[in-house]
Structure formats: C-alpha cells, structure tokens
Design a protein around this ligand. Structure first.
Ligand code: F6R
Length: 258
C-alpha cells in the first residue's frame, strides 16, 4: 500500500502574487545552497522575473551546479529560441549571471537519446539529488513532459508529446508544424525523488488539471496526481486555478503573504 499525502496549498489572489510567493521560496532555497529542479513554460516566467529581483545581491556564480532542468525538446538546433535551454538562458542564467555548466539540461540533440537520458539521471545523482523541484502542470495533467499514461515509476527518458501539448506550444514555435514531436523528460519517479516539490499553477485553463491532480484518483492518467505520493509537496496557486476544487479543507483563506 502506498502512502498518500496532502500537499500544502497556498492560495494567492492572482498569478503575479502566486509567482512572487513562489519566488520567495525558491530564493531561500538558492541562498541556502540547495539544488533547484527547473521547470519552464509561460507560468514560470513571472516567477523567474521575481526571483531575479530577490536575488540581485546573491552571488551564485562559481558555486557549481545550481539548477537541473526537467526537460528539453528533441532535435532542436543548439540555441533555438524555443528550446528550453534558450528559455533558461534568458530567464534564469543570464539575469542571475550564472556560468555555463551551472545549469544542467537534457541533451535534446544527442544521437543516442537513451544515453542522454541516462547522463541526465547521472547528473542528478552527482549533485546528491534535487533539493527543491519546481513544477508546472499541463492542461492535460502532465508534469515535466510526462504525459498521461506515463508510469509512476518512470525515470528520465525520451517521450512522445501528446497532441494537445504540441498544440499548446504552437505559438512559441510559430506554427504547429514546427513543434517537435519528442522530448527528453525527467520521469515521475525522478521528480518524486526530489526532497521537496513546489508546483506553481495559475489561470483558469489549469483549474480542471489541478482539481484532477489534488482530488481525483492517483495514477498514470494524471501524472500530476503523483504529487500526493510525496511527503513534502507544496502547491502555490491563484484563485482562478483553484476555482474548481471541491474539498474546502484544501482551500484555506488567501494566504496573508499573497
Ligand atoms: C516544462 C514543464 C511543463 C510545463 C507545463 C505548463 O519544463 O515542465 O510541464 O510546466 O507544460 O506550461 P505552461 O506554464 O506554459 O502552461
């Protein structure tokens, strides 16, 4: 029998407040020399902006690995604007003046994808594991690029993106035809091995997925439901994302800091 936990839920009035609240948590982790698991996507952009503000005076360069990315598309040319490597360079590494090598990203252009996935797992092990894993959620309940159907004991591997995930990325790539079909992602077990999980969820478009993750059955049909298998998980969300939650015990008052 697996143990099921209730993640701590911090409710904020809007997306910006949720991002700022998340940044407080992440900044404290980085100041404490913790290794951060990095997520990308539109939800995370205000968080990275707020993080930059909060860490202006922190010296992170020269410290060794600071962050390990969850995922990367397969087959994009190095430096492709829509790659997660380029995203993290713009949003995280440049503002915080980090050196190359301080952020580890799955190698999406490796000919041997299984090898690239194994190297990613090895990189996580080499830093002693991830302390704080940041997560977003897909409208279909994915975490990282673990699409519905992903095994709860999955590790880093190459995966095929769900059609709705590709559609959600079409704008970033200019058209649907340009969106890669595959990615390398940390697995669900890889994510659950982090010491703490921190999921940021904002906007009405995520309300169904968040409700399924927190109140539905736990299983591969909703990868984000795996959050409830972790003893130390926090969800920071805005009112719009929390709007469909039925379990009022989950929904405390809007937190004072939000
Ligand atoms: C990307 C990742 C994904 C995103 C999710 C939400 O690194 O981990 O799981 O968090 O697709 O993306 P947005 O925020 O763009 O809706």
């Amino acid at each position: 029998m697996r143990t099921v936990f209730q993640p701590r839920l911090i409710l904020c009035r809007d997306a910006l407040a949720a991002a700022e609240q998340t940044a407080v948590h992440v900044a404290a982790a980085l100041r404490g020399h913790q290794v951060l698991g990095l997520a990308t996507g539109a939800t995370m952009l205000p968080l990275y902006e707020a993080l930059h503000e909060q860490l202006k005076d922190a010296r992170l360069a020269g410290r060794g690995v600071v962050g390990i990315a969850l995922d990367e598309y397969v087959g994009l040319a190095a430096g492709h604007r829509a790659s997660f490597a380029a995203y993290l360079d713009r949003a995280f590494m440049m503002p915080l003046r980090l050196d190359n090598g301080q952020v580890v990203i799955p190698d999406g252009i490796a000919a041997d994808r299984a090898g690239a996935a194994a190297r990613h797992e090895a990189a996580i092990a080499a830093v002693g594991g991830i302390d704080l894993q940041l997560l977003g959620i897909g409208a279909n309940g994915h975490i990282g690029f673990n699409e519905p159907g992903s095994a709860l004991d999955s590790v880093t591997r190459d995966v095929t993106l769900a059609p709705d995930t590709r559609l959600a990325q079409a704008q970033a790539f200019g058209s649907l035809a340009n969106v890669p079909y595959q990615a390398i992602t940390a697995g669900i077990a890889t994510i659950l091995a982090a010491r703490e999980l921190l999921m940021l969820v904002t906007g009405e478009a995520k309300a169904v997925a968040l409700t399924a993750a927190l109140e539905g059955a736990i299983g591969p049909h909703c990868p984000a439901s795996a959050l409830r298998l972790h003893p130390n998980a926090v969800v920071i969300c805005d009112v719009a994302a929390a709007s469909l939650l039925q379990d009022r015990s989950l929904i405390e008052e809007i937190s004072e800091t939000c």
